[in-house]
Design a protein around this ligand. Structure first.
Ligand SMILES: [Mg+2]
Length: 406
């Protein structure tokens, strides 16, 4: 088991606090920055490696089916996106129980009306101990009077309480959970609220873990926060990016590696990638793969290797948002690939494409490579490049970029 292959999103709420805005439109489908709020959540799940996304709908369930094409456009075509409509209002817990036949052994669960900007794999990668049914993402707040609070001792959730009028600093529920399906054994039938019935009991029973993230969070449940989301959510998506060369930076350069058994991770490489993920960077791998042009292996081999590398990263709580590669070389022996390419480093094509496709904060972005042609490609794309000369990638980003691995 590695990574968060399934992501379930609760989109069944009525959004009563938003008044007329949600009369005909479910809250997660309200436009934020010109597209449905839900499309951001789906995109976040997909870039962290979710292959199947399940929307648990209730109120105006047909609206999700109608918007499915718009939502699908936000993620790669290979990601499966499905809507499951509850037959009657069942509450957040009841909706999950209704979805039971569709749930993986472990799944991510997101509230569909809030966005908490965390590394989802940091929550999902560490195995859950036998005694725990889930791990909750928690947010520190200076004044919790608007919220319910969560008590945490070490990594154990001790209390999960409804709104606490006392106020003051504390931890609140971030609306992102990593659950084992055995959670469902703790539900009754019919209407069940996860937040007011199930989680408080499980907290007292010592069956929940929690992890604190001091990261951007916003819920769109109130008119002013929905208004705020119009600019803050798109702004949050504009992230710095790190472009990583592959051979010699994340795996040892053995020359034309194309099979998993040829991959030896550079020391500290997975931890370094996770450090970038935790800090909210996009991580892009940009790799010359002239071995395709030379007939040593095929593009299918390259892609299969990248899928394997992605799974290894996920098990370490890390991910790359894209693996770009250039299969061309002017001296190639395979006719289709025997040519110069604007994507082959030192040309900047791979980097420029990624800058075009993703909302990157370019002024905070950079490349790490182990050869002059990597640094030249970065410069040609208008980015700083750092030359990594081997040893430990975590130690390198700590000393050169001031980014210690946690
Ligand atoms: Mg290299």
């Amino acid at each position: 088991m590695s990574g968060a292959r399934q992501c379930v999103i609760l989109v069944g709420g009525k959004g009563t606090r938003l008044g007329a805005l949600t009369k005909d439109t479910p809250k997660p489908l309200l436009p934020v920055g010109g597209r449905p709020f839900l499309s951001y959540l789906i995109q976040e799940a997909a870039r962290h490696g979710s292959e199947r996304i399940l929307l648990l709908a209730g109120f105006k369930a047909e609206a999700f089916a109608n918007e499915l094409d718009v939502l699908r456009a936000a993620v790669p075509a290979a990601v499966e996106l499905k809507v499951l409509a509850e037959p009657e209002p069942l509450g957040t817990g009841g909706a999950l129980k209704f979805a039971a036949p569709h749930l993986d052994e472990h799944f991510l669960l997101l509230n569909g009306d809030s966005f908490f900007d965390i590394n989802l794999l940091d929550l999902a990668a560490p195995p859950l101990p036998e005694a725990s049914v889930g791990r909750l993402a928690l947010k520190p707040e200076v004044d919790v009077s608007r919220y319910g609070t969560v008590g945490l001792k070490g990594e154990n959730v001790t209390t999960f309480a409804e709104k606490n009028s006392a106020g003051g600093p504390g931890l609140i529920n971030g609306g992102i959970y990593w659950f084992n399906r055995s959670l469902l054994n703790h539900f009754g039938n019919g209407f069940v609220s996860l937040e007011t019935e199930v989680l408080p009991k499980l907290a007292i029973a010592g069956r929940l873990l929690g992890k604190v993230y001091d990261r951007f969070m916003l819920d769109i449940g109130l008119p002013y926060s929905l208004e705020q989301a119009q600019t803050s959510v798109p702004a949050q998506m504009r992230r710095p990016a790190v472009f990583l060369d592959r051979d010699g930076v994340i795996n040892r350069d053995v020359g034309y590696a194309h099979r998993p058994d040829q991959i030896v991770w550079v020391d500290g490489a997975l931890a370094a990638i996770k450090t970038f993920n935790d800090a909210g960077f996009y991580v892009f791998v940009v790799s010359n793969q002239a071995g395709v042009a030379r007939g040593y292996y095929t593009e299918a081999d390259v892609m299969a290797l990248h899928r394997w590398m992605a799974a290894q990263m996920a098990a370490a709580g890390a991910h790359a948002d894209a693996f770009a590669y250039c299969p061309f070389h002017p001296d190639g022996t395979v006719a289709a690939y025997a040519k110069a390419s604007p994507h082959r480093k030192p040309a900047p094509g791979m980097i420029l494409d990624l800058l075009k496709t993703w909302p990157v904060a370019k002024d905070q972005s950079f490349l790490i490579g182990d050869r002059a042609h990597d640094i030249e490609a970065a410069a040609a794309a208008g980015l700083p490049g750092y030359l990594f000369e081997g040893h430990d990638l975590s130690a390198f980003i700590e000393s050169r970029l001031g980014m210690p691995a946690r």
